[in-house]
Write a protein that binds this ligand. Structure first.
Ligand code: HEM
Length: 277
């Protein structure tokens, strides 16, 4: 066995998969840092203002956040933003193989909470867009509404496969769910990456929050999520025999992770930290 592994041809076959694993691990670490930073912001801004009864403070960020007298609408917004913390803090934990293998009970419970929360947050967000209005234009509103459909569908499929003990399928649907639930986070870091690289707003009007760049970002984050395309490439590369294919997918993940890191830095420094500082 040792002899076989030390033959050059087999050694050579192993390297691209190692590169792919390294790319996936790097992506995971960067994503976790970025999502937890978002979660800390949500708790620090919405959690703190809600706990202190200062709901009007939501409007510093959300133009349609708190409306005096509309307790039902305010409840939907409050649940949406506060439960979002569970998704961005808990999501990365669900992907940790260590927790799945060593403490499966935690994985199962967090999974149930994650799926239920995703259904509530996504449905609440949909109601917010079409009853209270949201920033951005019609294409952005339609795009994020399509994201709601993905979230509901993937949540149900991930849950069903887990209950049926089809773990390979469950892993795939759970990862797809993680990608679409992370859509709003991808949108924010995508925007901040663009702003950092261009040194300011280019391709959109910051006053109306619309323009070709934001249309493209909304469509490829929400309606036709690029994240799902990359994930499918990753699944394909995991099984692929061709070294070139695996290497290209690994390099693509490295490049996108570097861009994500720029966006996360921009979001923390320019958006989240100043609001809770
Ligand atoms: C499921 C994952 C989601 C998470 C984690 C999430 C999280 C959040 C957070 C944290 C905010 C506050 C924004 C900020 O302070 O920067 C927010 C606002 C908002 N979200 Fe979501 N959201 C999700 C899905 C959705 C969906 C699917 C929709 C619509 C269909 C939606 C619609 C909205 C709207 C309308 C606002 C108010 C901002 C505005 O006026 O545009 N969200 N969301």
């Amino acid at each position: 066995m040792t002899e076989q592994l030390s033959t050059p041809s087999i050694q050579a076959q192993f390297r691209p998969q190692k590169l792919l694993n390294l790319a996936a691990t790097t992506w995971y670490v960067v994503t976790t840092i970025g999502q937890w930073a978002f979660g800390i912001y949500v708790i620090g801004f919405y959690g703190k203002s809600t706990a202190s009864g200062d709901l009007a403070k939501w409007n510093q960020v959300l133009p349609h956040g708190y409306v005096k007298g509309d307790w039902m609408g305010n409840l939907v917004v409050g649940l949406h933003v506060l439960l979002a913390a569970i998704l961005v803090l808990g999501g990365p934990l669900q992907l940790l193989p260590f927790i799945r293998r060593r403490v499966p009970r935690i994985h199962r419970w967090l999974g149930r909470i994650y799926v239920t929360t995703a259904l509530i947050v996504a449905t609440g967000g949909f109601v917010m867009v079409w009853t209270r209005g949201a920033v951005g234009d019609f294409v952005q509103h339609i795009s994020i509404s399509i994201q709601t459909i993905y979230i509901i569908l993937f949540a149900l499929l991930a849950w069903r496969c887990a209950r049926a003990r089809q773990f390979d399928q469950h892993r795939k649907w759970a990862l797809r769910l993680f990608m679409v639930v992370s859509g709003v986070w991808f949108f924010r870091i995508g925007l901040m990456c663009w702003l950092v690289l261009n040194g300011g707003p280019v391709g959109f009007d910051p006053q109306t929050f619309s323009g070709p760049f934001l249309t493209a970002l909304a469509v490829f984050t929400y309606a036709l999520p690029a994240s799902l395309g990359i994930l499918e490439l990753y699944f394909y590369a995991q099984k692929a025999a061709k070294r070139g294919v695996i290497t290209v997918v690994a390099l693509l993940i490295f490049i996108l992770t570097a861009l994500m890191a720029v966006g996360i830095f921009g979001a923390i420094a320019g958006m989240w930290l100043p609001r809770i500082g």
